[in-house]
Design a binder for this molecule. Structure first.
Ligand SMILES: *[C@@H]1O[C@H](CO)[C@@H](O)[C@H](O)[C@H]1NC(C)=O
Ligand SMILES: *[C@@H]1O[C@H](CO)[C@@H](O)[C@H](O)[C@H]1NC(C)=O
Ligand SMILES: *[C@@H]1O[C@H](CO)[C@@H](O)[C@H](O)[C@H]1NC(C)=O
Ligand SMILES: *[C@@H]1O[C@H](CO)[C@@H](O)[C@H](O)[C@H]1NC(C)=O
Ligand SMILES: *[C@@H]1O[C@H](CO)[C@@H](O)[C@H](O)[C@H]1NC(C)=O
Length: 703
């Protein structure tokens, strides 16, 4: 009996190995081979000479400025430029265009160091290709997550005891602290200097947007700003904080029920906020504050005072620096937000404006308040996702129909097309991030965007990845689907089904309430891991209510350990993927809501994105009975909810398209399918081995 169960396990393991698909794996890239610079003729294809010369000239102007500064105070032998603005957003590409101005690099999350002779840029490896295209050959490109770090590199570029200048407003305190420590090891020091890119004219590149700061009606936010700030004060009181400084723009927008337009995809505005037990002061461009917002905050610009006791005092954006120094003299303990996933905490400039002794760095309590959506926000998120599904079904049915009629599509054409039906939807306020349309081998590049030099024609020979989202007054959406306009190969189907299985298993999950987000990751990736595959990005993150599509604190990744657990009312996206370099890519993404289950101490996950998966890409023999049942229930729900809405909006072609793409699939296998399925093969091999052992035993018995 024991032997047979042992054999059983060995067999299962052995048979699983038979089923595993061998795939070349995209390992992480160390350093970068500058293809463009090795093949200099290629430069002409990407950049014109004038542009190149102009960028080169800007670096020389900057170097000149560094020399001028050096003669004034201490010498600066290197200068650091980042993509961050004063609030270190994760909201847009290079928010103020400074790094782009000096280097030409348009990607997000990067920093550069410029010395008198050299220049280096650090970014995530997924942006290497972009950097290689955009940067002049004078630049070296490095991986932000790998050696050499900026300090190691600078240690080799400049003489000992030199100063490295940087704008303390444009660097999070935590990062500044690390750089300073690492530079000291190289016998270098950080030096706080004003933004030299602004001095040489770089600040004029990103022209300010024209908008008014508006109120987020409580019919969408569910709670008044007063309710929220009182809750915050309670937390502050519990930890004996006299004050808190808020620099994250999404936190300020959430807390005060205000929205603005300083960024393309996230409806926030530039501001600082100080909350004490007596007052709340908002530092922002006062000319941008709408009358309704002024009224809501009970503040009167004419008299420059509150007309009610509960009020938000509105001051000029730059008054924060003077105020911080004065106000902080009466504080004993001040809360300064530390780094938390997408919120990078206060800048070095804010940190150093206050006496270090009274500063306490913590995750902002607003992050957790915001994550747990209230009843009204939850309702809104669900509705926004229904309208967004209508828009996406509309686009997909239009794409398929026009393609059948012989229209030619490119990635960027489809990206433009996809925006239109979203804008038509009620309460829409644009997109929540830059639309990703990736066809064929482009889709194998993680976070690819169509650009003029990569724009591919969409045909029926490969997979098409669509990853996009919308902003609605009642919620933010984010969804990805992978489709095929022709006949997919068995490999396409296998990859898609493995990705889909992770998604379905998550959707069926009930779990004890102290489960951490990183622990969910194993479940999502399990079907891929079983096939010895993985994808090089997060599985998911939090999503806001008419705020950012990437919201702290939720961060689903097995490589990140978390202390907090998921709660009823948390919303997050999950986006598993599969990427086969130079061939194809698969990604699907849904928004999920965490809800209380009927059993105390347990939570459940409910999918709220309602767009059908691509049926023709599903290898049904890979799905279990329960998974197929779930898929049928999901499709039935889409038919009912989204189908009704499509009819209501008279989108009949999209309605019929939806009906065609949500057909019931057979849950039980036919005899023939069963024979082909892996469970049959497993059973077959098991029987075979059992017979073999019997024969062996018989033999030993005989002899
Ligand atoms: C909030 O929205 C409701 C319904 O749309 C509207 O009746 C009300 O006037 C709005 N309130 C404010 C303060 O704008
Ligand atoms: C919000 O504040 C109002 C007035 O202060 C109060 O009546 C109400 O109960 C609060 N609501 C919540 C959910 O705290
Ligand atoms: C404030 O906003 C106004 C109106 O949008 C704009 O003209 C002005 O340049 C802004 N001021 C600052 C300091 O950003
Ligand atoms: C890409 O091409 C379009 C149309 O030819 C043009 O309008 C646009 O400026 C180009 N974009 C870039 C970044 O070169
Ligand atoms: C739905 O499917 C049927 C049969 O496969 C096909 O004839 C019809 O054109 C499809 N309709 C749409 C809108 O895709």
């Amino acid at each position: 009996m024991n032997l047979s169960s042992l054999l059983h396990s060995i067999l299962i393991a052995a048979c699983l190995c038979l089923v595993i698909v061998n795939v070349t794996f995209a390992g992480s890239i160390h350093g970068i081979n500058r293809l463009k610079c090795e093949n200099r003729n290629a430069i002409q294809r990407f950049q014109n000479e004038k542009e190149v010369a102009e960028k080169r000239n800007r670096i020389e102007v900057l170097r000149n400025e560094m020399r001028i500064r050096s003669s004034q105070s201490h010498e600066i032998d290197a200068y650091i430029v980042t993509t961050y603005d004063e609030h270190h957003n994760h909201l847009d590409d290079d928010a103020e265009g400074r790094l782009e101005y000096i280097s030409g690099f348009t990607g997000p999350i990067a920093y550069a160091a410029i010395t008198s002779k050299s220049a280096g840029l650090w970014t995530e490896s997924k942006y290497f290709e972009l950097a290689d295209r955009e940067l002049d050959c004078g630049w070296k490109i490095f991986d932000i997550a790998d050696d050499p770090t900026i300090s190691m590199w600078l240690g080799k570029q400049v003489p000992e005891n030199s100063y490295v200048g940087a704008d303390p407003k444009a660097i999070p305190h935590q990062l500044w602290f690390e750089w300073e420590r690492d530079l000291n090891r190289e016998f270098l020091s950080m030096s706080k200097v004003k933004n030299l890119i602004d001095t040489i004219g770089g600040s004029s590149v990103a022209s300010p947007r024209d908008f008014k700061i508006r109120t987020q009606n409580s019919t969408f936010s569910g709670l008044s700003w007063h309710n929220k700030t009182e809750a915050l004060r309670e937390t502050m009181r519990a930890h004996r904080f006299d004050a808190m400084v808020v620099t994250s723009l999404t936190e300020i927008a959430y807390l005060l029920n205000l929205r603005g337009g300083d960024f393309r995809y996230v409806p926030v505005f530039k501001a600082y906020l100080i909350v004490t037990h007596r007052e709340i002061v908002l530092y922002t461009n006062r000319t941008k504050v709408s009358i309704e917002a002024e009224l809501m905050m009970n503040f009167d610009f004419k008299t420059n005072s509150c007309f009610k006791q509960k009020c938000v005092i509105i001051k000029l954006y730059n008054d924060i620096w003077k105020d911080l120094r004065i106000l902080s003299t009466s504080w004993n303990r001040v809360l300064m937000p530390s780094m938390n996933n997408f919120d990078l905490g206060v800048s070095e400039a804010i940190y150093s404006s206050v006496n270090r002794e009274i500063i306490h760095e913590r995750t902002s309590p607003i992050v957790y308040m915001r994550a747990q959506k209230n009843k009204v926000e939850r309702e809104g998120m669900r509705h926004a996702n229904i309208r967004d599904a209508v828009a996406l079904c509309d686009t997909l049915s239009y794409l398929e129909e026009r393609y059948m009629h012989g229209d030619q599509w490119t990635e960027s054409l489809l990206a433009q097309q996809i925006d239109r039906p979203r804008h038509e939807q009620n309460l829409n306020r644009g997109l929540s991030f830059k639309t990703i349309i990736a066809f064929g081998k482009n889709a194998a590049k993680e976070y690819y965007y169509p650009t003029n030099y990569s724009d591919a024609e969409i045909t029926n020979t490969n997979l098409l990845l669509i990853d996009s989202g919308g902003q609605y007054l009642d919620g933010t959406t984010s969804i990805a689907r992978t489709i095929h306009l022709g006949v997919p190969t068995a490999e396409h189907k296998r990859a898609y089904t493995n990705v889909l299985m992770g998604m379905i298993r998550l959707s069926m999950l009930a779990f004890p309430e102290d489960l951490k987000p990183s622990e969910i990751d194993a479940l999502i990736r399990e079907p891929l891991w079983t096939a010895k595959q993985d994808y090089p990005h997060l599985s998911g993150y939090g999503i806001g209510s008419y705020l950012s599509a990437e919201e702290s604190p939720i961060y689903i990744s097995y490589t990140t350990k978390h202390k907090y657990a998921l709660k009823d009312g948390y919303f997050f996206t999950v986006a598993p993927g599969y990427y086969k370099p130079n061939e194809f890519g698969v990604r699907v993404k849904n928004v999920f809501e965490v809800v209380n289950s009927d059993r105390k101490g347990f939570l459940e996950i409910r999918v709220i994105s309602l767009v059908p998966f691509e049926t023709k890409l599903i290898d049904k023999t890979m799905l279990s009975l329960n998974e197929k049942k779930w898929l049928n229930q999901y499709n039935a729900r889409i038919r009912e909810v989204v189908g009704d809405e499509l009819k209501r909006q008279f989108k009949m072609p999209a309605f019929y398209w939806l009906m065609n793409h949500t057909e019931h699939i057979r849950e039980y296998l036919t005899e023939d399918e069963y024979r082909k399925s892996s469970s049959y093969r497993l059973q077959f091999n098991l029987n075979y081995l059992l017979i073999l052992t019997l024969i062996l035993r018989l033999k030993s018995f005989i002899y």
